[in-house]
Ligand binder design. Structure first.
Ligand code: ZN
Length: 302
């Protein structure tokens, strides 16, 4: 999903990305230290952990390796990480973090496991490309993704916060987050209105709205509709396409104004909540200036 080759093999960008990434995760950046003749740098970061005797500071030595651009055999091997113990000890660190745009070889993993089992280091963590990617596509990391991987950012279409916390869009039947699931399949769920015809047969009165995965999840609800109730549905994968999103909202407004659609109070509230949740997939990332100026959406009449 994310093309790590977007970051140049030479230069310090991978180290800068690593520093920013760990800061987002809540680590405190202590310092940057020279590693030796290769001109590369290690990072020292810390975090506060909870122990039996209260909080204590845990210091990590972070080794950044960016091998994604290497043609073959690009895992980080033991020979790529010499003197791990000496490096950890010389900066009074407790543990070791490998921050890799590829993976750690099994040899390196074994070496680190041994160091831990022999209590030479207290702990180690490997951030490999898959783990880093898992974080970057989550909510809250989109500006990091945009800054360091602009091409991947465009393809991934990450979620953006519009309120102060992420609003999941849960399938009415199985409960999975439809917005998250869209990374696997954009067209897997529908937005559905349940309505009945008024006496004039022109007005649709909307009793309820819901969102559910296509197929079994939606069928269960549909098969159990009371007599005289019908459904309108829209593919959520289409609704998140910006033009369609605007078109769909305008159509909804027009139906209300013309009197073609009337709503139960609760259904109307749920439809607005749906618009807010889905907008997280449609809108762009705000700049800090814009956030300061407007803040996040606090009140949307739910
Ligand atoms: Zn479902």
């Amino acid at each position: 999903m994310i093309d790590f080759k977007e970051i140049d093999q030479n230069g310090e960008e991978w180290e800068l990305f690593c520093r920013d990434f760990l800061e987002y995760l809540g680590y405190y950046i202590e310092s940057t230290v020279d590693r030796g003749p290769d001109g590369k740098k290690d990072l020292i970061v810390s975090e506060h952990l909870k122990g039996n005797l209260g909080n204590y500071k845990f210091k990590w030595l972070v080794s950044c390796k960016h091998f994604a651009n290497r043609a073959n055999s690009n895992s980080v091997k033991e020979s790529d990480e010499p003197n791990i113990l000496e490096r950890v000890e010389s900066f009074n660190c407790d543990g070791y973090i490998g921050f890799y745009s590829t993976v750690a070889s099994s040899g390196l993993n074994t070496r680190l496991t041994q160091l831990k089992e022999n209590e030479k280091i207290k702990d180690f963590r490997i951030f490999d490309y898959k783990l880093i990617e898992n974080y970057l596509i989550r909510i809250g990391y989109s500006d990091l993704l945009m800054r360091y991987f602009p091409i991947s950012y465009k393809q991934i279409k990450p979620l953006h916060l519009v309120t102060n916390k992420y609003i999941p869009l849960e399938c009415k039947t199985c409960g999975i987050d439809i917005l998250e699931e869209m990374y696997n399949n954009q067209y897997h769920a529908n937005f559905v209105q349940i309505f009945s015809y008024a006496n004039d047969n022109k007005t649709e009165h909307i009793h309820d709205v819901y969102w559910a995965c296509k197929g079994r999840c939606d069928d269960i609800i549909n098969y159990n509709l009371p007599k005289g109730k019908y459904t309108n549905w829209q593919d959520i994968g289409d609704i998140i396409i910006p033009t369609k999103y605007i078109e769909w909202i305008l159509a909804t407004i027009n139906y209300i104004k013309s009197g073609r659609n009337t709503y139960e109070e609760e259904a109307f509230k749920k439809e607005k909540a749906f618009i807010v949740a889905v907008s997280q997939k449609v809108v762009r990332e705000m700049t800090q200036e814009e956030k300061d100026r407007i803040g996040t959406l606090k009140e949307y009449g739910l």
